[in-house]
Write a protein that binds this ligand. Structure first.
Ligand code: PEP
Length: 250
């Protein structure tokens, strides 16, 4: 059985003290959440503290990125080994904002996935089309190409660790959400694509999260779909009540 997961991507929000407050609030309120793995992805400056505060809970900690390089003269970068060394277990990779603003390509994301897996981090890997691609009816083709490039030469054993997130870029931070039908048909397509490369057992155990303006008001209808295994939540993860309400929407 695949896991139900709700992960919060805080992006570049919350200074240290605000972050501590939010982690505390999530920790206090998470008691109502059953059978769903919660993951928080605060900015790097909060990773160590988040791990300490969430020790002995069922809430995992992710970073929002890591370097494709192991170590060395790469000013401003944080390696997968460093992330692991402070006790975080997850890393979000290939987010559309990293693609759009920092020119990340499928090839670079592939390197990051590999180095994360080498360091026993679970990569939460994002894919999704931009509005123009959906309007041109190219969304399946685009997502298939991203998946092919990002998972190039990644073994079945390694792929078993991966979590995928389908995030239509036109829905991220825009208030526009994919309809439950749009989410389901893409998630089903992604699972089929993975099945063709890695076989049916790995595909059926893969958690595929939906991301894009997911909120307490629409999470239930999205999560009700058979191939939607949870959410990668941006804006709504910055409020503990909303984050927990989403996690309780299965
Ligand atoms: C995201 O950035 O991963 C995301 C889904 O953002 P939002 O929920 O704000 O659309």
């Amino acid at each position: 059985m695949r896991k139900q997961i709700v992960a919060g991507n805080w992006k570049m929000n919350k200074i240290f003290s605000e972050g501590i407050e939010l982690i505390n609030e999530i920790k206090q309120k998470a008691g109502t959440v059953n059978q769903t793995l919660l993951v928080v992805a605060p900015p790097f400056i909060l990773t160590t503290e988040a791990v300490k505060m969430l020790k002995d809970t069922n809430i995992g900690v992710a970073t929002q990125n890591c370097s494709n390089k192991p170590e060395g003269a790469f000013t401003g970068e944080v390696s997968a080994q460093m992330v692991k060394s402070v006790g975080a277990n997850f890393v979000i990779l290939g987010h559309s904002e990293r693609r759009a603003y920092y020119h990340e390509t499928d090839e670079l994301i592939n390197e990051k996935i590999k180095i994360s897996l080498e360091n026993n981090l679970v990569p939460i890997v994002c894919c999704g089309e931009v509005l123009k691609e959906r309007e041109n009816n190219e969304h399946f083709q685009v997502v298939a190409k991203q998946i092919k490039g990002m998972f190039d030469s990644i073994s079945s054993d390694d792929f078993k660790q991966v979590i995928l997130a389908y995030e239509p870029v036109w829905a991220i931070g825009t208030g526009k959400t994919a309809t439950p039908e749009q989410a389901q048909e893409m998630h089903q397509f992604i699972r089929e694509t993975i099945k063709n490369s890695y076989g049916s057992e790995i595909a059926s155990n893969l958690s595929i999260l939906y991301g894009g303006s997911c909120k307490p008001g629409n999470a239930k209808e999205l999560f009700a779909n058979p191939d939607v295994d949870g959410g990668l939540i941006g804006g709504a993860s910055l409020k503990a009540d909303d984050f927990i309400a989403i996690a309780n929407s299965f």
